[in-house]
Ligand binder design. Structure first.
Ligand code: SAM
Length: 262
């Protein structure tokens, strides 16, 4: 594959450093009988480490110029899915047992991919991914910081999140313009039970719609002015606060109070 041209549009920054590959795979704590997904095998540096450890990974790759190489090199030691991972029918590839995800993600799909992972959170036992450092910081953000937002709440709602380590650009070919980071996600055992998760996330999204505005203003999109007043009078949450100041449990209280209005 000497004549391979990296496609920036597909986030093709291939890892060169095998120590980092080993560290990523070690973090996933994979046993040889476990099911593993890799997103974007590229030329297969991470795939090779998985195969070496007795895994037959399911690898989603969008770039058809890589298929011949991957098929020749790995033959039937991987399941190659020749598709955009965001368009693939995940249910078709999810086995009965839990799956681990290990990937050096193409950065332009990080958020949509992780939102999709959260939608299927019950099917995964651990997710170890390399992403942009800035996104890793948002996922791992603390309340009240500028990084705290929907991505933070969503990932921390479904997973115990850990920022594992920072990775500098020079270990990639070609090097990206920004620092990267490896994070791990393990499904929470204490995930809050909600009867209508879709509506809960609608409230969170509405609360963050305009970060500078108070909840009282943002919520107008969802409920009437009279309902907002009723909510304010109930004293559950001070609606002069802004969304970015609310913890998960305060959002849950807000959700319950709004549901009770209806
Ligand atoms: N795993 C390799 C490594 O670590 O060197 C390559 C990682 S590279 C950052 C991202 C890979 O994802 C590329 O091979 C790219 O073609 C592939 N890719 C990009 N968008 C994709 C998508 N939507 N679905 C599946 N693969 C995708």
């Amino acid at each position: 594959m000497a004549d391979f041209h990296h496609k920036k549009s597909l986030g093709q920054h291939f890892l060169k450093d095998k120590n980092i590959i080993r560290k990523i795979v070690d973090l996933a704590e994979i046993k040889s009988h476990e099911s593993v997904w890799e997103v974007g095998p590229g030329k297969g540096i991470l795939t090779e480490e998985l195969v070496k450890r007795g895994i037959k990974p399911t690898c989603f790759e969008i770039d058809n110029t890589l298929y011949d190489h991957l098929e020749y090199y790995f033959r039937n030691s991987i399941n190659l899915v020749k598709q955009d991972v965001l368009k693939a029918d995940w249910e078709k590839y999810l086995p009965a047992d839990k799956v681990k995800i290990v990937a050096n993600l193409p950065y332009q799909i990080t958020s949509p991919f992780l939102f999709e992972v959260s939608r299927f959170a019950d099917h995964f036992s651990k997710v170890v991914v390399m992403i942009q450092k800035e996104v890793a910081q948002r996922i791992n953000a603390k309340l009240g910081t500028k990084d705290y937002g929907i991505l933070t709440l969503k990932m921390q709602f479904y997973f115990d999140v850990k920022y594992e380590f920072t990775v500098k650009p020079h270990v990639f070919n070609p090097p990206p313009k920004v620092d990267s980071a490896v994070i791990s996600l393990v499904p929470r055992i204490d995930k809050p039970e909600i009867d209508n998760e879709k509506y809960f996330w609608k409230i969170v999204e509405t609360a963050f719609r305009n970060r500078r505005k108070m909840l009282r203003r943002n919520l107008r999109e969802l409920i009437s002015v009279e309902q907002i007043e009723k909510l304010q009078d109930s004293g559950v949450i001070d609606l002069t606060r802004r969304g970015e100041t609310l913890t998960e449990s305060e959002f849950l209280q807000l959700y319950k109070s709004i549901r009770n209005l209806k």
